[in-house]
Design a protein around this ligand. Structure first.
Ligand code: ZN
Length: 433
């Protein structure tokens, strides 16, 4: 038996009486909570249909968590079972009114795009966060967007009556000029035509305002090109107010930070951005020079070792310099001849190290790193030329750098440059003895 749909006649109805005809366990996956399917003779609950989401509320004391259409029956999905017989239902009217505002606003906005530019609406989505229509246009201009928005709002301000009537195809064909219909009906009988007086006529089974004024503001918020259509995002009524509220606040707060008027924000932010870019360039240049000075000072103060003349620059900083800083410094040191940079930095709970050598030094930095990293319980890797790593024992960093220094110094003292690994073996085994 078809369910009698009370929302057709009164979309503002909150409480209703009905007879529960059936209540069955719903098919569900084994992890979800039990759900029930309840069918009544009459309902005010709107099902998921035509892009408008279903209502919430209570039915015979049970929470209605979803409402679906199955054939000509409406099925309420509830979280608890209910008994057969007389019952009452109550709609969450705040949620319903939101849907009414967005959905009626959609009729008006779609009507505006159609009448001004001949663009058809081929998609509609009403979600919790945003509402969209898809228009048959590869793109729309700012002017078109503004014109449609203006016309839609004028239709709201005119407070035109909105009515819905049922027709059979034959009766509709003889009584209604098809050019007035924005969309042709998909069915042949029980066609419900929604009429925004003198502005838009379209088949629809959804819930609508009584007069356009109830929609409140209609505001397009953005457009997006998607596969040959243009998606138009918009907000109506309370959603438009909420949208305006946060945007107004954001503009005021940002304008106050920059001590400008809200309208001047884009220009001010643009100016600020170019200042930041310039400052970043200056800082980069200054740091480059700083690295060069620092590298030169460190290199000069390191004594050339033995016959090889290698300078071992070792440094364990506790100032929390990041690995980028250590790498830049090591790089600047090792641009000079016969240099090995053994740099480390610790902060809080971590330490990192960078080992690098000049091209004319043959000690393997990657092997050296592997010898030393266990000292700081670290991980890392690299090449013969440069290696880096991090560890979780920052208090052991000075010891790790000393060990690396000792290994390299030993290698550097010998006339023929040994590999670090050979020298390391000697040193580490001596250390453990
Ligand atoms: Zn509708």
């Amino acid at each position: 038996m078809p369910t009698r749909r009370l929302y057709y006649d009164d979309p503002y109805l909150r409480d209703f009486a009905c007879q529960v005809l059936r209540c069955e366990s719903a098919v569900r996956n084994s992890h979800s909570a039990p759900l029930y399917e309840v069918v009544t003779d009459t309902t005010a609950f709107y099902p998921n249909s035509g892009g408008q989401p279903s209502d919430r509320g209570t039915l015979a004391g049970a929470d209605v968590v979803d409402v679906i259409e199955r054939g000509d029956e409406i099925v309420h999905i509830t979280s608890t079972a209910v008994g057969q017989g007389p019952a009452s239902g109550r709609i969450d009217v705040e949620r319903r009114f939101d849907h009414i505002q967005q959905h009626s606003g959609q009729h008006i906005l779609s009507g505006a795009f159609a009448s001004l530019f001949g663009m058809e609406t081929v998609g509609f989505h009403l979600g919790d966060d945003y509402v969209t229509i898809d228009l048959t246009a590869p793109d729309i201009s700012r002017d078109q967007w503004a014109a449609a928005e203006r016309l839609a709002c004028e239709v709201v301000f005119q407070n035109r009556p909105v009515t819905a009537t049922f027709w059979d195809r034959d009766a509709a064909d003889s009584a209604i000029d098809p050019s007035r219909l924005r969309k042709l009906p998909a069915r042949t009988e029980n066609i419900r035509l929604v009429d925004i007086d003198g502005f838009d006529l379209t088949p629809c089974g959804g819930t609508h305002v009584r007069a356009t004024g109830e929609v409140g503001l209609i505001k397009v918020t953005r457009t997006e090109r998607i596969r040959g259509v243009t998606r138009v995002e918009f907000v109506c009524g309370r959603r438009a107010l909420a949208d305006y509220r946060w945007k107004n606040r954001a503009v005021h707060e940002a304008a106050a930070m920059l001590s400008v008027h809200g309208r001047e924000l884009p220009e001010s932010v643009g100016r600020l951005q170019s200042q930041v870019r310039q400052t970043a360039r200056q800082l980069e240049q200054a740091l480059k020079e700083l690295y060069q000075y620092q590298a030169a000072a460190m290199y000069d103060s390191a004594e050339p070792a033995g016959q090889s003349g290698i300078r071992v620059v070792s440094w364990a900083s506790t100032d929390g310099h990041d690995i980028g800083y250590l790498k830049m410094l090591a790089h600047n040191i090792c641009e000079r001849p016969r240099a090995v940079a053994l740099l480390g930095s610790s902060s809080g709970e971590s330490a990192h190290v960078v080992f690098e050598k000049s091209h004319d030094v043959s000690i393997d930095m990657s092997k050296l790193l592997r010898e030393v990293l266990p000292e700081v319980e670290g991980k890392g890797g690299g090449t013969r030329q440069i290696a880096q790593g991090g560890g979780k024992r920052p208090e052991r960093l000075p010891h790790a750098i000393s060990l690396a220094t000792a290994i390299v110094s030993k290698a550097a003292e010998s006339s023929e440059l040994e590999t670090a690994a050979t020298a390391a073996e000697a040193i580490v085994s001596a250390d453990r003895r």
